[in-house]
Write a protein that binds this ligand. Structure first.
Ligand code: SAM
Length: 181
């Protein structure tokens, strides 16, 4: 795999009644996933949300981390948050990546098995750059899973319990991709 880009999708995702909704950005998701992304050398962490009010919330969350005080208070966190980009939809992120990459794979993630899902080993063998999508709420819609090049095989533990937070799932997926397992 060449370069990796990560997208945190807030629309379209499902709620617990399987309606398609827009979820809210959370401070915890931004900080935790940015730290995981920076740890593994992810080129850009896209926060994807169509709402102007959410863009304003995003700007409020990140405002402090652009100040001189933040650079002294926690320079490591400033570095991690520097790779975050707010976009209104997945296509805007793809346009951004198209300026950096001639060719890349769009891959979604899910806790469920999907037909023609791709394994971590396949990803490594394909040797291409990847734009990896993570959902919020109750997960990415079936339309998204149909539009992408592949759905990544789900992380599975030793039980049938599978309700990882997106923060935990992102960290585990990144580690498995870079550990080539
Ligand atoms: N509100 C939840 C939270 O607190 O994080 C969001 C749950 S959301 C469904 C979790 C997202 O993480 C999924 O959309 C998927 O992108 C990813 N994910 C969760 N479990 C996973 C698994 N077992 N394997 C791969 N990705 C997983």
């Amino acid at each position: 795999m060449k370069n990796l880009y990560l997208g945190l999708v807030h629309y379209p995702v499902y709620n617990k009644r399987q309606n398609v909704v827009t979820t809210s950005i959370t401070n915890l998701d931004l900080h935790d996933i940015a730290r995981s992304c920076f740890t593994y050398g992810v080129k850009k962490f896209f926060v994807i949300n169509p709402l102007q009010s959410q863009k304003e919330l995003f700007q409020r969350i990140l405002k402090f981390w652009k100040t001189e005080i933040a650079h002294h208070y926690n320079p490591d966190r400033v570095k991690a948050l520097s790779i975050i980009e707010f976009v209104t939809d997945i296509n805007s992120a793809k346009k951004w990546i198209n300026l950096q990459e001639k060719d890349y794979l769009l891959i979604s993630t899910s806790a469920a098995d999907h037909p023609n899902q791709i394994s971590y080993r396949d990803i490594d063998n394909l040797g291409k750059s990847i734009f990896l999508l993570f959902g919020t709420g109750n997960g990415l819609t079936k339309e998204i899973h149909r539009e992408v090049d592949h759905v990544l095989e789900p992380i599975k533990g030793d039980t049938d319990y599978n309700h990882l937070s997106v923060r935990s799932a992102a960290a585990i997926v990144l580690d498995r991709i870079f550990r080539k397992i």
